[in-house]
Design a protein around this ligand. Structure first.
Ligand code: PLP
Ligand code: COI
Length: 361
């Protein structure tokens, strides 16, 4: 499989594009191109087509509209000090995309083919990559079930689409986010789809996110479905807890039990924190541990991490059981250090000793 290049004949004019890239927001503007590939049970994957960004035309009986057979990924391309562009761990996204596909009964896309589509889109739309540290070109690969029919069974056709949007920080790094720990709704149960990056997980989360907003919170935090006490993750991010302070601090994150999304940022931070000299651990953390830890001061910082959000401090947590504030409610020094280190690696200003960056240009 290869990517066939068809340049857009009608790209956004350079001055308007540059204006958009300068204040990109998140998901506000889309680049000039997209990539589309088709899969059919009989013939497998087609070549991918890179072409002008534009609408998809689908029959109303297309399966994805009815039973939600859809998966996606989120990854970023970062400007480098010499003006080049790198992707961060694209193979990890490709592998997770294949795992998500397997869970949702969609076809697995070969890792190299997936990465090739991403590289070609970044090359074609390289002028859409923002120039500031902390900004990037956010890439959104997704796959939908495209067989036409209403029978509830795995689709025999699928369409892969890749789009891109210039992105600023998802949250303002100077502020800590406030979270609502939902004890009413759950995100995922063992045997469900929590480990997969499928649209359905997010659809199911929206009512709790709405409740969080009604409580004046930015994000929802999920607890486990069975015992209703173990902290799992945040809306679209994993969580980290800093225990103790300074050089002796221990940085812990909820264990992957099969219901959390295995975040690539989460995984990277386990290495980055160890490189910085901190002890790290994947553990079970309960709501009581959160409450007691911030009360006693043992938990000195909490942060969330993900591709879109990078690293964001978590300040106030609210739940049906009360309100708990971490430290002084503002981003702490270890959160800032981890954020700066990760961004430094991604932007090529700190040595990439794990070989995470994949140079595209
Ligand atoms: N958890 C959920 C539910 C997510 O949607 C995301 C975002 O992708 C993450 C965690 C963080 O994953 P990553 O670091 O791979 O972006
Ligand atoms: C990401 O970080 O890429 C996410 O998927 C989070 C959210 C925007 C869904």
């Amino acid at each position: 499989m290869k990517v066939i290049i068809n340049q857009s004949s009608n790209p956004v004019k350079a001055d308007l594009r540059d204006e958009r890239v300068k204040s990109p927001g998140f998901g506000k503007y889309y680049t000039d191109h997209m990539v589309v590939a088709e899969w059919d049970e009989k013939t497998g994957w087609s070549d991918a087509q890179l072409k002008a960004y534009g609408p998809l035309t689908l029959d109303p009986a297309t399966m994805v509209f009815h039973y939600g057979q859809e998966i996606f990924e989120g990854m970023k391309a970062y400007i480098q000090p010499d003006g080049g562009i790198s992707l961060f761990r694209p193979d990890a996204n490709a592998k997770r995309f294949a795992k998500s596909a397997a869970r949702i009964a969609l076809p697995e896309m070969p890792v190299d083919f997936f990465v090739q589509t991403v590289e070609e889109l970044v090359k074609a739309d390289q002028n859409w990559v923002p120039k500031n540290v902390g900004e990037s070109l956010y890439l959104r690969p997704f796959m939908i079930a495209t067989e036409v029919g209403l029978g509830v069974r795995p689709s025999n056709k699928a369409t892969y689409v890749l789009i891109a949007t210039p992105a600023a920080a998802y949250f303002n790094a100077a502020n800590a986010v406030t979270v609502w720990i939902s004890t009413e709704y759950v995100r995922a149960a063992i045997g469900g789809t929590g480990e997969a990056k499928c649209g359905g997980n997010y659809a199911a989360s929206l009512v709790a996110q709405k409740q969080a907003a009604e409580q004046g919170c930015d994000q929802v935090v999920w607890i486990d479905a069975k015992e209703r006490k173990w902290i799992e993750e945040m809306g679209g991010m994993n969580l980290y807890f800093v225990k103790g302070k300074g050089k002796d601090a221990k940085i812990v994150t909820p264990k992957l039990t099969g219901t959390l999304l295995p975040g690539i940022t989460r995984d990277s931070i386990l290495s980055v924190a160890a490189d910085l000299g901190y002890k790290t651990e994947e553990v079970m953390i309960s709501m009581d541990d959160w409450r007691d830890g911030v009360k006693s001061g043992e938990i000195s910082e909490i942060f969330a991490c993900g591709t879109a959000a990078v690293v964001s401090a978590v300040g106030t947590a609210k739940s049906a059981q009360g309100t708990w504030v971490t430290g002084d409610g503002k981003p702490g020094p270890i959160t800032d250090q981890i954020r700066a280190t990760l961004l430094g690696i991604q932007h090529g200003t700190i040595a990439d000793k794990h070989g995470w960056n994949k140079r595209v240009i």
